[in-house]
Design a protein around this ligand. Structure first.
Ligand code: C2G
Length: 133
């Protein structure tokens, strides 16, 4: 059985159980899971402002049993390089991205996983706002 390497990308701000479920399922697809974590600068490019800094989000991800390595994501076009350099077998991401990364299928398997309904960083922020009104 080949040692299977998996990679996924994201901001992972205000870490919640939807994120954890994605990471758990991604790890179940192989033996080693790399998370390419969006830097604060890249979040600007994505139009996102994370509550936690990159260092804080990285530390939290590194404490998760499913995560074996966290690397920075600082551009849209690093994925092909990452997949080749890290000898990745499977690229995994939530199905809100379906179709966006099919170009990676010449290097690795591309898997879009169902998102967890009922939770999101945006929902947490909105609910907290309502709660504190
Ligand atoms: N996710 C999920 N269920 C949720 C919320 C998020 O499965 N309720 C998944 C997303 O589909 C994604 C991962 O958790 O695979 C991280 O979510 P985000 O931090 O929102 O990631 P995103 O901003 O979509 O970054 O280059 C790709 C981008 O960096 C992806």
């Amino acid at each position: 059985m080949k040692f299977t390497r998996v990679i996924t990308y994201g901001t992972y701000d205000l870490l919640h159980w939807g994120h954890i479920r994605l990471l758990k399922r991604a790890k179940e697809l192989g033996d080693y899971l790399v998370v390419a974590l969006s830097t604060d600068e890249f979040n600007n490019l994505k139009g996102k402002k994370a509550y936690h800094s990159y260092e804080e989000r990285k530390m939290m991800l590194e404490s998760i049993r499913y995560v074996d390595l966290v690397i920075p994501e600082d551009s849209w076009d690093q994925k092909e390089h990452d997949v080749k350099l890290l000898e990745i077998d499977k690229f995994v991401i939530g199905d809100d991205w379906t179709g966006e990364f099919d170009f990676l299928d010449k290097h690795c398997e591309v898997i879009y996983m169902s998102r967890t309904e009922g939770i999101s960083t945006t929902k947490i922020k909105e609910d907290l706002e309502k709660f504190n009104k």
